[in-house]
Write a protein that binds this ligand. Structure first.
Ligand code: ATR
Length: 276
């Protein structure tokens, strides 16, 4: 019997997940499908009934449903609760389990592109405290890495740190960026700065230690101004596209029973769909 999976969102046309999972299905010759389904918020509940009915093995959840599905899942794992979003559903025996694979995507990307990055890492400088920061922070916590969290709005960062920590967190505003820079072994941008060519105006990248790894979860453009500036100074950089690819791995494994690999060919296929 054909195993079916999906990504639900509204709108959903621009999701790259069908291309990612479709590539793996073809590569492994699996009798399966992965389709993008536009589900309006008022139709989410009835979609869950279809899911409990056994039509699908599971699927991904994207905007605007990542929070709404909490109430509809039969179980949700602890980390998804901490991250505050469910991005992956697994249906089994008439029940739906919700999880979040974004933090694994963040870790998988760095593990693949910068092996050993978290060994003896004394300080991660995380820029931004919005929704996207949460998976990054949970990922860093899972490796016991001390975090300096800087955000334009101090209160938002304070709230997030006290919710997720508070141990292991030092909080500040983006005005502290140059004071924090020399202490960081890793810099992660989780803000929307970097889209549309914008940069951290006040950030003096020359204050970073040689060897400090710089990464961005923005992947369009692939090389954000922050990554370009870091690379120009000879610092190692990892772009955000790998996080998107690696977050897809655990879902595929759960639905189709095979652990897929993020290959250069897969990356090239997705890269070809990005705006340049
Ligand atoms: P997401 O869910 O994608 O993380 P978000 O919750 O709106 O989106 O968060 C966006 C992040 O980018 C926030 O940390 C935001 O800072 P504030 O909390 O001060 O709003 C940050 N951000 C967005 N635009 C910014 C800008 N021009 N300068 C500095 N930070 C910015």
């Amino acid at each position: 019997m054909t195993t079916k999976a999906f990504v639900i969102g509204h709108p959903i046309a621009h999701s790259r997940s069908p291309l990612i999972h479709g590539t793996w299905l073809a590569e492994h010759g699996i009798d399966g499908t992965y389709e993008a389904i536009d589900v309006r918020p008022d139709a989410l509940e009835s979609f869950f009934e279809r899911l409990r009915g056994g039509e699908f093995a599971g699927g991904n959840v994207t905007i605007p449903h990542k929070q709404a599905v909490f109430a509809l899942c039969d179980s949700v794992d602890e980390l998804a609760r901490k991250i505050g979003a469910v991005n992956t559903l697994v249906a089994r025996d008439g029940k739906v389990h919700g999880t979040n694979t974004d933090y694994l995507g963040f870790l998988g990307n760095l593990d693949a592109k910068a092996p050993g990055w978290s060994d003896r890492l004394d300080c991660a400088l995380v820029l931004g405290a919005g929704g996207a920061a949460r998976a990054v922070l949970v990922a860093l916590q899972s490796r016991n890495i001390p975090i300096v969290l800087l955000n334009r709005t101090r209160e938002t960062a304070d709230r997030l740190a006290s919710e997720l920590g508070p141990e292991g967190f030092t909080v500040g505003t983006l005005e502290n960026i140059n004071a924090s820079a020399p202490h960081a072994g890793l810099v992660v941008n989780t803000t929307s700065i970097g889209m549309h060519g914008t940069r951290f105006d006040q950030f003096d990248i020359s204050l970073l230690r040689p060897g400090t790894l710089v990464t961005d979860i923005v992947y369009s453009p692939l090389e954000t101004p922050l990554l370009a500036d870091a690379r120009a100074r000879g610092l190692p950089t990892v772009d955000g596209l790998g996080m998107l690819l690696h977050q897809a791995v655990p879902g595929f494994a759960a639905w189709f029973g095979i652990q897929p690999v993020v290959t250069p060919d897969l990356r090239a296929r997705i890269e070809a769909t990005l705006d340049h």
